[in-house]
Design a protein around this ligand. Structure first.
Ligand code: DC
Length: 231
């Protein structure tokens, strides 16, 4: 069967994972959340006290990389693959604002990126995959048949993330979420190794004013076009 690779990049909280999950389900493809892998490494570093508000011991993290085993296991109940660190399900733990506050720092480390990119390329080897992240169309799968670059204003994204977090019972302020979104935008797009940039051949989608349904229909059309071109 004709299968393609779909790379979805963009700033944080642009709804990449929502549309990636919808698309993967519709096409019968695997969905891989590459951000969850950076979050898993961050969670590990937090647990080992390698990173905290006062310090980040990069050398220690690099020397512990062999102890980090990340896997995805499909959970029928939620309909997507959850992330495991050394056989422990950490899907919930990695979604907190605390992890979000440290993850961009961890994602700046070249050794971490090298390791995760290798694993991501292995996961997507057989095509039929939708992967979202920051460098999927530029570094992980530069030959992906369909590349999307999602954007939305920082305020729109902070509102979405704030609602998500408060629904889960996290007590956070909107201002703290907006600050986190803006800080991550800055670090993600200014880091030396694989900064967040739109691939030349990526299609930009600003979803500030699109409903989920409108966005999905638009992206499905693009996916069908890419499949036709690849046939
Ligand atoms: O998509 P997310 O918000 O869960 O990603 C968490 C962080 O991981 C994000 O701030 C940047 C980093 N990341 C990255 O550098 N490269 C990727 N392919 C995915 C995420």
């Amino acid at each position: 069967m004709n299968k393609i690779t779909i790379a979805i990049d963009g700033f944080s909280s642009t709804g990449k994972s929502t549309v990636a999950k919808q698309l993967a389900k519709y096409l019968g493809y695997a969905y891989i959340d590459s951000g969850a892998m950076y979050r898993a490494v961050t969670w590990f570093a937090m647990k080992q006290n390698i990173i905290n508000k006062e310090k980040f011991d990069v050398d220690s993290l690099v020397s512990h990389l062999d102890d980090i085993h990340i896997s995805f296991i499909f959970n029928k109940e939620v309909g997507f693959a959850e992330v495991y660190l050394n056989d422990e399900n950490i899907e919930k733990e990695i979604r907190t604002l605390e992890v979000s506050n440290f993850v961009s720092k961890v994602a700046e480390v070249s050794e971490v990126r090298k390791l995760l990119v290798k694993q991501q390329q292995k996961l997507g080897k057989g095509k039929g995959v939708v992967m979202d992240g920051r460098d999927i169309g530029t570094v992980v799968f530069p030959d992906a048949e369909l590349k999307l670059f999602m954007t939305a204003s920082a305020e729109t994204r902070a509102e979405r993330r704030f609602e998500e977090l408060t629904e889960k019972g996290d007590t956070v302020s909107y201002d703290a979420v907006l600050k986190n979104v803006q800080e991550r935008d800055y670090i993600d797009s200014h880091r030396e190794d694989s900064p967040l940039i739109k691939a030349d051949d990526a299609i930009e989608i600003d979803n500030s004013n699109l409903s989920l349904e409108e966005q999905f229909n638009l992206i499905l059309e693009l996916a069908n076009n890419a499949l036709e071109e690849n046939a």
